[in-house]
Design a protein around this ligand. Structure first.
Ligand code: BGC
Length: 477
C-alpha cells in the first residue's frame, strides 16, 4: 500500500529511551534508578534479559546516530536519564553524565538529525523513589530542577523538548498494579502519582523556558476506548477507563481542569493552584498510539491481559480482548484506523486549545528478525491513517516511529522487538531490518516531493463526526 504524501516540512523521526537502550547503569557516576532496582529483583524481567547492558547505546551511540543519518531521519527522540545527570535525585550534578548528552547532541547535530530529548521516560532516581517517588510532591520540584540543569547545558543546540513520557502507564502499571517499577499495588490510591507527574510537567515547562528552551511538548499515550457490550455497566466501565487513561492527563495539561470532579477530589492539593502550573501553554503535544482498548463491565475474575500484565478482579471496569484483527508479537491488535479515530477525537474535544501534534511513538513488536514485512505493513497502515486524520483537519507536524533499534521492552526484556534495526544481544551488533530500508526510502520519497510545491492540508474546524466509523466508540469529545 503506498503511503500518501505528507506536507513539506513534516518531521520524520524515530524514538527510544534511556533505560531501554543505554546500559552502562553505573558508568561515569550514574546513580541507580527505580527501574534498575526493580529489574534486579528476581523474575521481574520475564526473560532474564540483562537490562544493565541493554543495547549498549551509551558506548555505541555513534553507530546509532549513523543509522539515523542513513535513514535520512529529521529527528531523534531519545531520553535523558535523570539519575545519570543528578544521581541522588537532588543536589550534586554529575558532570560526566551531562557530558554524555552533550556529546550525543553534538553527534546528532553533526549528522543533521534534530535532537528531541524526553526528560523523563520512567527512570526515577532511586533515592527519590525510595522516599515515595511520584507519591511525594517533592519529586515534582526535584524534577523541575533537573529539567533546568539539562536545558542550561543543551538549549543552545536542542530545538525540541519533551517533558515526560506516558504518566498514565507509570501511574497504572507502576503504582496501581505493581507490574512496573516501583511495583506498588495501590489501585486508586495511586492517583497522587498522576497529580505529581502532571505538576512535574508544568514546573518543568517553566524551568525549561527560564533556561532558554523553546518548542516544548509532552508525550502522552492515547487510544480509543471501545465499549464491550450494551449494558449500562459496560458503558460506565468503558467511560471510567477512558477518563483514567485518556483524559486524566490531557485535560489538566490542555484545559487546566480534571475531567471528573470526583477524581479531582482525590488529588493532593492545592489542586486549583497546581492546575494553573500544569496547564502552562505548550508549543506542541505528543501522542503515543499503539492500539484501541475494549472495555466493559467489571470482571469477576482477574485477567492476564494481552499486554502480559494482570488486571486484578474488583476493578470498576473490565478489559476484553479485541477479536478480529491481526495481532503483533505482543498480541496487540493492529488497528490503524484507531489512530485516525483518536486524533480526530482529540481535535474535537480540545478545538483550538490543542497545539500542533507530533506522533511521538507508534510501532509494533514482531518476532521476525530481519524480514519484517509485517512491520512495513503496520507502518504503511498507520501512516495512511495519520494522513487521513490530517485530511480531516488535525494539525500533525511529525511522526516518530517506535523504535530505532530493538531494545529492552521493560518487563518483557529482549523478547519483544520493536526496532527497525535488529540487536544481537550477545554481541550488540546492529543489523538493519527490511523496515529500515523501507523507512529510508519513504523518507527520501517524501523529501523529494517537497521539492515540488504542495498544498498544505487545510486546518478545519473540529471535524464533527469524522471518527464516527467505530460504532462503539466511547464519547470523550
Ligand atoms: C513506552 C515505550 C514502550 C512502548 C511499547 C510505550 O508505552 O513509552 O517505552 O517500549 O510503549 O510498549
Amino acid at each position: 500500500m503506498p503511503v500518501p504524501m505528507f506536507p513539506p516540512g513534516f518531521l520524520w523521526g524515530a524514538s527510544a529511551s534511556a533505560f531501554q537502550t543505554e546500559g552502562a547503569v553505573d558508568t561515569d557516576g550514574k546513580g541507580p534508578s527505580g527501574w534498575d532496582a526493580f529489574a534486579a529483583r528476581p523474575g521481574r524481567i520475564k526473560d532474564g534479559a540483562d537490562t544493565t547492558r541493554a543495547t549498549g547505546f551509551h558506548a555505541r551511540y555513534r553507530e546509532d546516530v549513523a543509522l539515523l543519518a542513513g535513514l535520512g531521519a529529521d529527528a531523534f527522540r531519545f531520553s535523558v536519564s535523570w539519575p545519570r545527570v543528578v544521581p541522588g535525585g537532588s543536589g550534586a550534578v554529575n558532570a560526566d553524565g551531562l557530558d554524555f548528552y552533550d556529546r550525543l547532541v553534538d553527534e546528532l547535530c553533526a549528522h543533521g538529525v534534530t535532537p528531541a530529548p524526553t526528560l523523563y521516560h520512567w527512570d526515577t532516581p532511586l533515592p527519590l523513589e525510595e522516599a515515595g517517588g511520584w507519591l511525594d510532591r517533592d519529586t515534582a520540584y526535584r524534577f523541575a530542577e533537573y529539567a533546568g540543569i539539562v536545558a542550561e547545558r543543551l538549549a543552545d543546540r536542542v530545538p525540541m523538548w519533551i517533558t515526560i513520557n506516558e504518566p498514565a502507564e507509570v501511574t497504572l502499571l507502576g503504582y496501581a498494579l505493581g507490574e512496573h517499577a516501583p511495583g506498588r499495588t495501590l489501585l486508586f490510591d495511586a492517583l497522587p502519582a498522576a497529580h505529581h507527574q502532571l505538576l512535574a510537567h508544568g514546573l518543568a515547562v517553566r524551568a525549561l523556558r527560564a533556561a532558554g528552551a523553546d518548542n516544548i511538548g509532552v508525550a502522552l499515550s492515547h487510544a480509543p476506548v471501545w465499549t464491550a457490550g450494551d449494558s449500562d455497566e459496560d458503558r460506565l466501565g468503558a467511560e471510567l477507563y477512558d477518563t483514567l487513561t485518556n483524559w486524566l492527563f490531557a485535560d489538566p495539561v490542555l484545559t487546566g481542569r480534571y475531567p471528573d470532579e470526583n477524581i479531582a477530589a482525590l488529588m493532593p492539593g492545592p489542586v486549583a493552584d497546581d492546575l494553573k502550573v500544569i496547564s502552562a501553554p505548550l508549543d506542541w503535544y505528543g501522542v503515543n498510539y499503539y492500539n484501541p482498548t475494549l472495555v466493559g463491565a467489571p470482571r469477576p475474575e482477574a485477567l492476564e491481559t494481552f499486554s502480559g500484565f494482570t488486571m486484578p478482579a474488583g476493578l470498576p471496569f473490565g478489559i476484553r480482548e479485541i477479536e478480529g484483527y491481526e495481532k503483533t508479537g505482543f498480541g496487540w491488535p493492529v488497528v490503524p484506523e484507531g489512530l485516525t479515530e483518536i486524533l480526530t477525537l482529540l481535535h474535537r474535544r480540545y478545538g483550538d486549545r490543542l497545539p500542533p501534534l507530533h506522533i511521538t511513538e507508534n510501532g509494533c513488536a514482531l518476532d521476525e528478525p530481519l524480514a519484517d514485512d509485517r512491520r512495513i505493513a503496520y507502518l504503511e497502515g498507520h501512516l495512511t491513517a495519520l494522513r487521513a486524520a490530517m485530511d480531516a483537519g488535525v494539525d500533525v507536524r511529525g511522526y516518530f516511529t517506535w523504535s530505532l533499534t530493538d531494545n529492552v521492552e521493560w518487563t518483557e526484556g529482549a523478547s519483544q522487538r520493536f526496532g527497525l534495526v535488529h540487536i544481537d544481544y550477545e554481541t550488540l551488533t546492529r543489523t538493519p531490518k527490511a523496515s529500515y530500508a523501507w523507512y529510508r526510502d519513504l523518507i527520501h520519497a517524501q523529501k523529494h516531493q517537497r521539492e515540488q510545491p504542495q498544498e498544505q492540508p487545510k486546518r478545519n474546524e473540529p471535524a464533527e463526526g469524522a471518527a464516527e466509523g467505530a460504532a462503539k466508540r466511547v464519547s470523550g469529545g
